[in-house]
Design a protein around this ligand. Structure first.
Ligand SMILES: *[C@@H]1O[C@H](CO)[C@@H](O)[C@H](O)[C@H]1NC(C)=O
Ligand SMILES: *[C@@H]1O[C@H](CO)[C@@H](O)[C@H](O)[C@H]1NC(C)=O
Ligand SMILES: *[C@@H]1O[C@H](CO)[C@@H](O)[C@H](O)[C@H]1NC(C)=O
Length: 259
């Protein structure tokens, strides 16, 4: 009887969400105090403090170590994106985090949107069209007026993908600001942090600072109402997609070009 009881307790514990609850502390993605590079898929890339690379199409980007900011310039207000990955393999598990926080300076009237792009569950390649999170407008969180604003994007707000299904937070490809505009707008992003929390975002189990319990996920944007920027995925042409499969073998040796 004792053994059976112990087994039952063990099974109950295993089934309990509390037992599986993973909590994480705040994680600094980049303070932009220096720049560093790493070799990812045989390519030397500029990376953040987590070893994930930066990149963009239609956006000029440069770390200003004096300002401790990533300076982003919209080169094409019609269609552009900039991305930050949180790991070298572009398959980051957001379990235990609650929000993406940063400070942002942008000209009055400027705006942008945010999406979380999606990796396949085996981390090999980008998931098919429609899998990225719904796009969220910066103006929902902060109005740009030329002064520094704190922006906190609750991960729970990204809970639905473009097609209206659940976004898979365990296989983040990258954090992607898109449609920075208008053309010519210059933004300064600083103190990029993954805020700690508990559980998987958007499931109601996340007890971080995000108001996940009350929902807050945006209405799924179908292809009609969704702003239709170039899918950020176009940054991942055949070469990068092919390289994806090799990521297990990637040695992200930081060669530290400290300025
Ligand atoms: C990286 O270089 C090695 C050695 O030249 C090569 O075998 C491998 O295929 C390359 N990987 C990628 C992703 O290009
Ligand atoms: C801006 O992007 C759009 C969509 O990709 C493209 O058609 C247009 O040529 C681009 N404009 C400039 C100035 O690069
Ligand atoms: C999303 O919807 C589009 C249009 O119906 C479809 O082509 C695509 O396969 C869907 N994507 C996913 C991941 O379900």
């Amino acid at each position: 009887m004792h053994a059976a009881f112990a087994l039952a307790v063990a099974l109950a514990a295993a089934a309990s969400p509390a037992a599986a609850q993973v909590c994480k502390k705040d994680l600094l993605v980049d303070d932009f105090a220096k720049t560093q590079t790493a070799v990812i898929a045989n390519e030397t890339r500029q990376v953040d403090l987590l070893g994930g690379d930066y990149g963009a199409v239609g956006v000029g980007w440069k770390v200003d170590t004096a300002k401790k900011a990533m300076v982003l310039t919209s080169l094409n207000g019609t269609s552009n994106f900039w991305f930050a990955k949180f790991d070298a393999g572009a398959c980051f598990d957001l379990t235990g985090y609650s929000a993406i926080d940063f400070d942002l300076v942008g000209p009055a009237g400027s705006d942008m949107q945010f999406t979380l792009t999606q990796k396949l569950p085996d981390c090999s390649e980008r998931a098919p069209d429609g899998s990225d999170s719904a796009y969220l407008a910066l103006s929902k969180y902060a109005k740009m007026d030329g002064t520094k604003k704190h922006v906190s994007l609750p991960l729970a707000d990204f809970a639905k993908n473009i097609n209206g299904s659940n976004y898979d937070f365990i296989h983040l490809k990258d954090f992607t600001p898109v449609n920075l505009g208008p053309t010519g707008a210059v933004f300064e992003m600083s103190n990029l942090v993954l805020k700690g929390g508990c559980g998987v975002p958007g499931t109601g189990t996340n007890t971080g600072t995000a108001p996940s319990a009350t929902g807050g996920s945006p209405a799924p944007t179908g292809s009609g109402s969704s702003p239709q920027p170039t899918q950020p995925g176009q940054k991942n042409g055949g070469v990068r997609a092919a390289a994806g499969g090799m990521l297990g073998a990637v040695v992200a040796a930081v060669v530290a070009a400290v300025l």
